[in-house]
Design a protein around this ligand. Sequence first.
Ligand code: KE4
Length: 421
Amino acid sequence: MKTARSESLFERSKRSIPGGVNSPVRAFRSVGGVPRFIRRGDGSRIVDEDGNSYIDYVGSWGPLLLGHRFPDVIEALRGVLETGTSFGAPTEGEVELAELIREAVPSMEMTRLVNSGTEATMSALRAARGFTGRDLTIKFEGCYHGHVDSLLVKAGSGMATLAITDTVGVPAAFAATTIALPFNSISAVEEAFARHGHQIAAVIIEPIAGNMGCVPPLAGYLQALRDITARHGALLIFDEVMTGFRVAFGGAQSIHGIRPDLSTFGKVIGGGLPIAAYGGRADIMSRIAPAGPIYQAGTLSGNPMAVAAGLAMLRHLKAHPEIYAQLEARAAALCANPPAGVTVNRAGSMFTLFFTGGPVTGWDTAKESDTARYAKFFHWMLEHGVYLAPSQFEAAFLSASHSEEDIAHTAGAMRAFFEQT
Ligand code: KE4
């Protein structure tokens, strides 16, 4: 496979950008080799600067549920270009998007749009602290909520990928406000509340984890979190930046029948443009400035380009609920019959092949995976025209644009790997 242009671009990029990338996981550090510089995407495929074409299972890390350059999104963006890219003033589209999010996710009584998932979780935490007057947060090992200072404690995604265990640059005092517990363990949460209950502002969780690889909640776990937080006057925050509008139109909370106090969204709601959202109970969100004293702001919050792309995405998903059944069927087919030594976890169209024999129910079992073998698998698939997450500790994402042929090709390449290596 030719990679000369990606190689030269990578060498050049490293002279101007830390590690040559604008987000760590893109650097292929844990799988080795040359990160592919991408020239374009269409539907389920991306083409790199050397002309290599791949079936894409990263999909910009989740936003592209409908595939690259989805026509409705491109059309919406063309329309905005005729009227202006940003005003720093309210626009009708922002109201429509907030209303559509509330219609899809009833717990989102009020929504504030921001520019990234990090901003959304940071703001949701501030809202929780401001509302409760408490300082501590519970998060879960292997979950990742963006690079918020206090949430980088035992985080997943790029930190797990790079085995960065401590929070360099984060004051100890900030890290000390976060209690990191094992995912899927209710006893650990009960014990933490027994010790700190009156100081805990919120529990923040990926209701279906994607950032240690895909790890669904065990039966009853989320309901137990809902009960414990309610009992202690702490808020339950569902970080649905990855799961929102992906695992279901109403997010993971609609599948599991849980009403969190606050939620965060991102990725799909922007269709590839920079946008995210936090929101939830009106009595909490009405404390956010200028309605209340909890300050949060953003120059490009509710940006017309991002809002137009998001509206196009969510309106299409609302009009075509059959997409979720199609994603479920195709992802199930792709993940069927894993070989010995491989555990597949899946939630709808997000999935991970863990190179470990046992069940993966949290970071303690995810981290037992054979990352060297995953790296071999990653490169085998890349050579066979399939672009997976360049890390064992990430989810893969199927889109509505992945065809039966794409699935068959991918399954064939996987089978060949397991038969020949
Ligand atoms: P951003 O700040 O990257 O937009 O969102 C942070 C975030 C928050 N919450 C969840 C559940 C997330 O998955 C993310 C970001 N996800 C990673 C993928 N594992 C982004 C990829 C990257 O860091 O480049």
